[in-house]
Design a protein. Structure first.
Length: 122
C-alpha cells in the first residue's frame, strides 16, 4: 500500500482526493495544515505528499521546504487555485515534483502520482 499525505485547508479538496484515489493502491491521510501534518508525520512515514500552496493558517511554500529538507527523496506535488509562472518556478526550484491547478481531474492526478513514484497505482 502506498501512503500519501495531503495537506490542504479545504476539506472539499481533501475529500475529493480521497475519493479519486479510493480504488487505487493508495492510502490517503489528510491534514488541514502544518500542525496536523506534523502530527501525522510523527506517527507514519509517507511515500508521497500533496500540499496546497496557499492556506489560511499555513504557508505551503514553507511546508514544501521542510518536507524536502526532512524527506528529500519523497515526491511533493503542490496544488493551487491558480498558477502563474512565478509560483510554478518557485515551487519547482524548492524541489516540488510538479504543481497542479485545482480542481485536478482524477486521471491527471493518478498519472502524476504514478510518474512521481515510478509505478502504477491502479
Amino acid at each position: 500500500m502506498i501512503k500519501l499525505l495531503i495537506i490542504d485547508d479545504d476539506i472539499h479538496i481533501r475529500k475529493i482526493v480521497r475519493i479519486q484515489l479510493g480504488k487505487t493502491s493508495i492510502e490517503v491521510t489528510a491534514a488541514s495544515g502544518r500542525i496536523e501534518a506534523e502530527a501525522h508525520l510523527k506517527k507514519t512515514s509517507f511515500d508521497i505528499f500533496i500540499c496546497d500552496i496557499k492556506m489560511k493558517d499555513s504557508n505551503g511554500m514553507e511546508i514544501l521546504k521542510n518536507l524536502k529538507t526532512d524527506y528529500p527523496d519523497t515526491p511533493v506535488i503542490m496544488l493551487t487555485g491558480f498558477i502563474d509562472k512565478k509560483y510554478y518556478d518557485a515551487v519547482m526550484e524548492l524541489g516540488a515534483y510538479d504543481c497542479l491547478t485545482k480542481p485536478v481531474k482524477k486521471e491527471r492526478l493518478i498519472k502524476i502520482i504514478e510518474e512521481a513514484l515510478g509505478k502504477k497505482v491502479t
